[in-house]
Design a protein around this ligand. Structure first.
Ligand code: DAH
Length: 407
């Protein structure tokens, strides 16, 4: 800039804009400008050149350093065009033109300052729509994923934040997770803790240590997914009773939420993968009354204080005695007036019993000292009853129209 020294053909009052850098190095006299009309043409050229320079930066979508370069070219203290004009035109101007030159020079300086400040304040739209491979430094928030570039113009004050935004759908907790959480919270409040065990389980934990003999129908491969003769997909969460008693001494108070698998044909109440919550409490002096009180408390907390509970004798290989627990029908209020309870007024809910002392021998607990109870419930069944879901398959289909109802 302004470093060439060859003489230009500046004999008219209308130098070509491309020669402005040279023109400002000459005196007005040398340029042949000797009156107001000549000055006017000369400064009009300068204003035009200024607009061209500013326009190039704006439409070119350049960065802050381009704006700085523009500022130095026009307003730079040592070699800026405005400075050169002061030195070379104003100082040596004839007395009658001096005031005019000074006025026009001030106007030029003002308009250069204003235009450059204005583009510095407002990065162009082009700038933000550059490909993502553009240098990160141009985007204050560009650490985000592609598409997040729209965050940056907010900083630059050019985004209209009153426009409607992009709506993102917020997910909901899956109803099965939700019911597991509801069950867990109730038992945590009773001092229970949560245990887990593997989905792929040994036949030993799934059957043998639970007192389920080799010839028991539950072991039938009609019902059980075998990985190999010693390994199954657990058919219930009860094996975690054994795993827990192996690793801790009484007092034991645990619940075990988890998946279970059975070779069942899918229908409205059966799925080959489903969820259970197992419970186990072992301590000194635990009686059937503790079992009844605990489950009655749980079911009232889960379904509402108005439900009544009923314990019917039953059989499970790992509990003795065993019971099925029913609740009064939550749909007809136990009046035996609806199809869901088959006009009985009761709904069968879960299995339970006192831990069969045979199990203690597998885990080396003293059966003379300790007693306990256990229970197991199907999460999908509880969820279907509590939320009025008619078909178990809905839980596994991932249809958001169903899932979003659990907000
Ligand atoms: N494991 C049983 C089942 O899957 C449910 C069960 C019944 C668990 C009684 C228990 C229990 O702990 O005591 O059908």
């Amino acid at each position: 800039m302004a470093t060439t020294h060859h003489c230009l053909p500046m004999e008219t009052s209308d130098p070509p804009t491309s020669d402005i850098a040279n023109a400002v190095e000459q005196s007005l006299d040398k340029l042949g400008v000797r009156d107001a009309a000549g000055l006017e043409g000369l400064f009009a050229r300068l204003e035009q050149r200024l607009r061209d320079d500013v326009g190039q930066v704006t439409t070119g979508g350049r960065g802050p350093e381009d704006i700085e370069q523009l500022r130095v070219r026009w307003l730079g203290r040592k070699q800026g065009l405005v400075r050169s004009i002061t030195e070379n035109w104003l100082r040596s101007a004839p007395a009658e033109l001096k005031a005019d030159v000074g006025k026009r020079l001030n106007a030029l300086r003002g308009s250069a300052e204003e235009q450059i400040a204005s583009i510095a304040r407002q990065p162009t739209v082009d700038k933000w729509s550059q490909p993502l491979s553009e240098p990160v430094r141009q985007r204050p928030y560009s650490a985000a994923a592609p598409g997040a570039v729209e965050a940056a113009p907010v900083l630059a004050g050019e985004l209209d934040i009153t426009l409607p935004g992009t709506r993102r759908t917020i997910g909901v907790e899956h109803p099965i997770r939700r019911v597991i959480r509801e069950i867990t919270e109730i038992f945590l409040s009773l001092g229970y803790s949560v245990e887990e065990g593997p989905d792929i389980e040994s036949a030993y934990y799934n059957f043998e240590a639970l007192n389920i003999p080799e010839d028991h129908p539950a072991r039938d491969d009609q019902d059980t997914f075998y990985v190999d003769p010693q390994t199954v997909l657990r058919t219930h969460t009860s094996p975690v009773q054994i795993r827990t008693m192996e690793k801790m001494q009484p007092p034991v108070r645990i619940i075990v939420p988890g998946r279970a698998f059975r070779h069942d044909a899918p229908d409205a109440t059966h799925a080959s993968m489903f969820h259970q919550v197992e419970g186990l409490a072992v301590d000194t002096h635990i009686t059937f009354a503790d079992l009844k009180g605990t489950l009655d408390y749980f079911l009232k907390a889960f379904f509402g204080p108005e439900v009544r509970t009923r314990f019917r004798p039953s059989f499970f290989p790992f509990t003795e005695p065993s019971a099925e627990v029913d609740i009064s029908c939550i749909f007809c209020g136990g009046t035996a007036g609806c199809r869901i309870c088959k006009y009985s007024g009761w709904i069968e809910l879960l299995g339970c019993g006192m831990v069969d002392p045979a199990l203690y021998s597998y885990v080396h607990y003293d059966p003379a000292r300790y007693s306990g109870f256990a229970f197991g419930m199907g999460v999908e069944r509880l969820a279907m009853l509590k939320y009025g879901v008619q078909d178990i398959q809905l839980f596994f289909q991932g249809d958001v129209r169903f899932l979003h109802q659990f907000r």
